[in-house]
Each structure stands twice: as C-alpha cells, then as structure tokens.
Design a protein. Structure first.
Length: 278
C-alpha cells in the first residue's frame, strides 16, 4: 500500500516537476539484510566487550548514521554514561569511542558477508526500474571498507547498482544530504526533484528531505519494524498491521513524502510521481 504525505509535496516542486531519472537506495534494511540485523548485533557485542550494555532498540534508534557517529550517540545515553563511570571511575572520552568502534568493526566484518542477502523483491524491482531507464545509486551508513565486502557479496546474489557513495571524504553522513549530491554528480543527475531516495530509517528519510529529493520510506524489512522475515510471516495479521502503522506514522513524522509497504511497490509509485501535474 502506498501512502502520500500531501503536506510535504508542495515543498518539492513549485510547479517545476521533472520525470524521475534516478533512485537512490539505502543498503541494510532496504536492499539487503532483512530487518537490519548485522549492525545491531555488532553494536550490542562491542559494548558488551567493554563491560557496558546497550539494547537492540537503543542501537536501532540511531541507525542510518555513520557507525562512528552511532558509537558516540550510544555512549551519550544516560545509563551508559553512568555505567561507564561506575566501571572505569571517569567519564568516557574519544579514545573510548575509538576503542569501541574498533571492536564494532571486528564484530561487523566477521559477519557482514553473511548479511548481504538481497531482501525479497529487491532484485526484480531494480531490474524493472533499469528497464524503465532509471539509474540506481545508493547511500549508506557503512564505510567504504565495509561496502567493499557488501557490494560484491550482494552482486553474487543478483543485486547490482550503478553507484555507491559512502560518507568517507564527505563533510558528513546522514541526515546530511551530501551522499545524495555525490551520487547525482557521479551519475550525471542535474536536479534533486528527479531523484527518489528510498530508505528504512529515520535518518534515511531526513537525508532525502534535506537533499530536496522525493523521500520514500519502506516498512517491511526495515530497521524501524525490527522483525525478521520469518517473524513477519508468523505474526498475527492484526498485530503486524498495527506495527506497520506505527512505523508508517513515524516515517511521515520525519518528513517522508511517501511510505510503501515493501520495495515491490516502488515502480508504481514512481509512475504516480511522474504523472503528477502542476
């Protein structure tokens, strides 16, 4: 089901509508890694190695940021700060952030390839978009070194995109718009109004809005829904509907122009955007 945030649409065109030329996809939770579990486990385990506890929900609250930024955000949680003082007798500092980030990377790289399976429907959807003449870029909270693992692993499973930009060597990651702008530069896209940004986190939504692109949230498989595909299939329909409704509202509150249930709805959505008349 496709929903529209009409209050946001006036911010994107002012009667200067352009056909969609490019889709920019997120990775974990949108294209691969159903439920976005790889980074969640790595964050929880890396803090545990330092004698600290963060929950899966706490890691998900900051998902989509660069991973070093998320480590800092987790250290800033009140109970984590208190636990750190109790254990180490001082406040945490940047050296502690870097030590934890190193542990995070070790945990993540150990499993990253295993979490590079495309989400159901993604490969076919991207093929349809390409057949329609669209370019497919991507942004991510992962580093280039991490994506050097994910990109070929996903390609072996049939998911191939035209371009991938990380925040390495840019002024910042999400929710800043620089990765979208860099994709546009590298793929020759002139106008943000001809770009659809698709993602599963609140920072994804804000990234698209900040870039002036069409910002689209996807629910099933997302970090925000936080369920495995098996859990989705086994969940009573009423409970799943309620959880999806909560995610939908959260994405709209963050500024999404549209929210789709799953990625297979994207080609129809783009047709709808292209048909809008001023």
């Amino acid at each position: 089901m496709i929903d529209i945030n009409y209050t946001r649409m006036s911010n994107i065109n002012n009667c200067n509508m352009k056909k969609i030329e490019c889709v920019i996809m997120d990775w974990a939770g949108t294209s691969v890694d159903y439920g976005c579990f790889a980074p969640v486990a790595a964050f929880v385990d890396s803090f545990k190695q330092m004698g600290l506890t963060v929950t899966a929900a706490e890691t998900r609250a900051h998902m989509g940021l660069t991973k070093i930024e998320e480590v800092r955000a987790l250290f800033a949680i009140d109970h984590v700060q208190a636990d750190f003082r109790a254990k180490y007798g001082r406040d945490w500092n940047e050296d502690d952030v870097q030590a934890c980030y190193k542990k995070f990377q070790e945990e993540l790289f150990a499993t990253l390839e295993d979490y590079s399976e495309p989400i159901t429907g993604v490969v076919e959807t991207i093929a349809k978009l390409r057949a329609d003449g669209l370019k497919v870029g991507s942004t991510t909270g992962y580093t280039r070194e991490m994506m050097d693992v994910v990109i070929p692993a996903a390609a072996k499973r049939g998911y191939v995109i035209d371009n991938c930009v990380t925040s390495d060597n840019l002024p910042g990651g999400r929710p800043r718009p620089y990765m979208i702008y860099q994709n546009m530069c590298e793929m020759g896209i002139d106008c943000a109004r001809s770009v659809v940004k698709v993602g599963d986190t609140i920072s994804d939504i804000k990234e698209g809005v900040n870039a002036g692109a069409w910002s689209v949230g996807v629910i099933l498989g997302s970090n925000e829904l936080a369920l495995t595909e098996e859990e989705v299939k086994a969940m009573p329909a009423d409970e799943l509907k309620a959880r999806m409704k909560a995610v939908r509202y959260k994405m709209y509150a963050a500024g999404a122009h549209y929210v789709i249930d799953d990625i297979t709805e994207l080609p129809l959505l783009i047709e709808s955007i292209n048909s809008i008349k001023c």
